[in-house]
Write a protein that binds this ligand. Structure first.
Ligand code: ATP
Ligand code: MG
Length: 519
């Protein structure tokens, strides 16, 4: 203790006891002590707001407070002054309870010697200082514990929760009182499956043995959202090496996981795109090579044997050339169409169209280009014939579906093309009695390059239906497929309509249409 004077707050209502204490202090060197005495607790508390004291000597029986309450009240009002209780009797129980109520020490009146008084005051002040430092250190550490963005839980080596911070409480969507005292594996959401619970028990046992555990794991966060956390469990040992505490840390890494998943997805898409590009190039070059070969052979034959060939033979070769050119034009149109749709250039631009005329003319054109084995039977139902649709998109849809119906009915036969035009929907149904589509192939047919396994030698690139799907989507319509191998296939398209009346007649335009007609 330094030699500067010590200021003592003496709260004592008995003048004789107060005088005795003052005298004892005077014996210890009066100039070293500054004593201010009050008889009432309230006055003593008031004095603390005006002056600073090093220690309070507190009688428990005062006019305005009695017994252990006196300590509690004084400490609540002035928490930082060390308290030495003055009791009237040597009662161990009262002393212990006083210390429990935050008193630093106690003195029994009548047994106070100068030395005892000095020692008690000195120890009380030292203890008071230590408690103050501890409280400050606790405040700093608690600040870190509570404010960190990491989830933190302190466990006994058996895995019982001693402390849990706010971030961890938020993560497991719980309150402090629901967690403290419980095993970690019973915390709500953290252990959403029995597998998780067993895992927690195992790693806690490992950590209790001194092992450091770290693992990425999923927990069920608030609102049942799955959260990825970087989980670690560290054993804390005492000086003898015994594990006394386990520290759980959990860092929310969902954002990183999401970013990783997006990178992987983008990479997958890039890979798929590259694969598609290369298969696209080989497919398209193959599809162009075949008709080119047909054209070259036919032209060579016509050139070389022009004189010898009959008119019938010549027109057969010209027919072959025309079919090959038509095939290449169709392929070109499909590729161009896909390219435009991939760069987002394709739009749905509805205009008024006489649907009955449009479909009827389309039927005739396809009937002309089909061979005589096939018959397309067109029917139209509906009060109104003119509707708002995107003519080019609709042409792609119907031409592709009707060409497929013809192409995949190699034995020939009837193809039904039914159009029903209602107020708000146009329904197009194309039914053939051809080879059908196996069930297992049906799901992926609308993806580029996907062809059914039963096509045999029927040529095709697998682009048509993917374009049809894109056109239907642009029109916010629906496409439905029903098919049975060996029985036939029906495609049904429903397009929503926005009608503005009937137009008397409409011109049909479009490069694909013209190429079909020319061919
Ligand atoms: P193209 O790009 O020249 O149209 P494609 O006809 O092979 O080639 P899609 O029109 O996309 O490609 O059709 C995909 C696949 O769906 C076809 O390869 C075929 O297996 C199957 N398919 C489509 N329509 C029918 C149908 N009416 N009957 C049987 N199979 C069909
Ligand atoms: Mg096709």
């Amino acid at each position: 203790m330094n030699t500067a004077s010590i200021s003592i707050l003496l709260v004592e209502d008995s003048p004789s006891d107060a005088k005795l204490l003052q005298q004892t202090l005077w014996h210890l060197g009066g100039e070293r002590w500054q004593v201010l005495q009050f008889e009432r607790l309230s006055d003593a508390v008031d004095a603390c707001s005006k002056s600073t004291f090093d220690v309070v000597l507190l009688d428990l029986s005062l006019p305005d407070s009695e017994g252990l309450n006196t300590i509690a009240e004084f400490h609540a009002a002035v928490p930082n002054i060390p308290i030495v209780v003055l009791t009237g009797f040597d009662d161990e129980d009262i002393a212990l309870q006083a210390v429990a109520k935050k008193a630093q020490d106690y003195l029994v009146k009548g047994q106070i010697t100068p030395n005892l008084l000095m020692r008690t005051i000195r120890y009380a002040m030292e203890r008071g200082q230590i408690v103050k430092q501890l409280r400050e250190s606790e405040r700093r550490l608690r600040g870190i514990f509570e404010q960190t963005f990491q989830s933190m839980v302190l466990l006994t080596p058996e895995g019982i929760v001693l402390e849990i911070n706010q971030t961890a409480l938020n993560l497991c969507d719980s309150q402090q009182q629901d967690c403290v005292g419980k095993p970690l594996w019973e915390l709500k959401n953290w252990s959403h499956s029995s597998g998780n619970q067993e895992w927690f028990k195992t790693v806690i046992a490992k950590a209790a043995d001194g092992e450091f555990v770290r693992q990425e794991l999923q927990v069920c966060g608030a609102n049942d959202v799955i959260v990825w956390i970087d989980f670690s469990l560290k054993p804390l040992k005492d000086e003898t090496g015994k594990v006394v505490l386990l520290i759980v840390e959990g860092r929310d890494m969902s954002d990183r996981k999401r970013a990783e998943a997006e990178v992987v997805k983008a990479w997958e898409q890039e890979r798929e795109l590259n694969e598609m590009k290369s298969s696209f190039v080989s497919m398209v070059s193959h599809e162009f090579r075949n008709p080119m070969t047909v054209i070259r052979t036919a032209v060579e034959l016509l050139e070389l044997y022009n004189q010898q060939l009959t008119e019938q033979q010549k027109s057969k070769y010209f027919g072959k050339i025309q079919t090959a050119i038509r095939h290449m034009l169709q392929l070109l149109d499909e590729v161009l169409f896909l390219g435009r749709s991939d760069v987002g250039k394709l739009q749905c631009e509805p205009t008024l169209l006489n649907l009955e005329n449009f479909c009827s003319e389309l039927t005739q054109s396809l009937q002309l280009s089909a061979n005589s084995k096939h018959e397309i039977i067109f029917s139209f139902q509906g009060e109104q014939t003119s509707v708002e649709v995107d003519e080019n998109l609709l042409r792609f849809i119907l031409t592709n579906l009707l060409s497929n119906a013809i192409k995949y009915s190699p034995q020939g036969g009837t193809i039904r093309f039914d159009v029903i035009c209602e107020d708000d929907t146009a329904t197009f149904q194309i039914q053939d009695f051809g080879i059908g589509i196996p069930l297992k192939d049906q799901q992926r047919l609308f993806e580029t390059f996907h062809r059914a396994t039963n096509v045999g030698s029927i040529p095709g690139t697998g682009l048509g239906l993917s374009i049809v799907k894109k056109c239907v989507d642009l029109h916010q319509g629906q496409i439905q497929l029903e098919s049975q191998v060996g029985v036939g296939t029906t495609f049904t398209i429903k397009l929503p309509l926005n009608n503005h009346g009937i137009l008397p007649s409409l011109e049909l335009v479009g490069s694909y249409w013209d190429s079909q007609k020319l061919a």
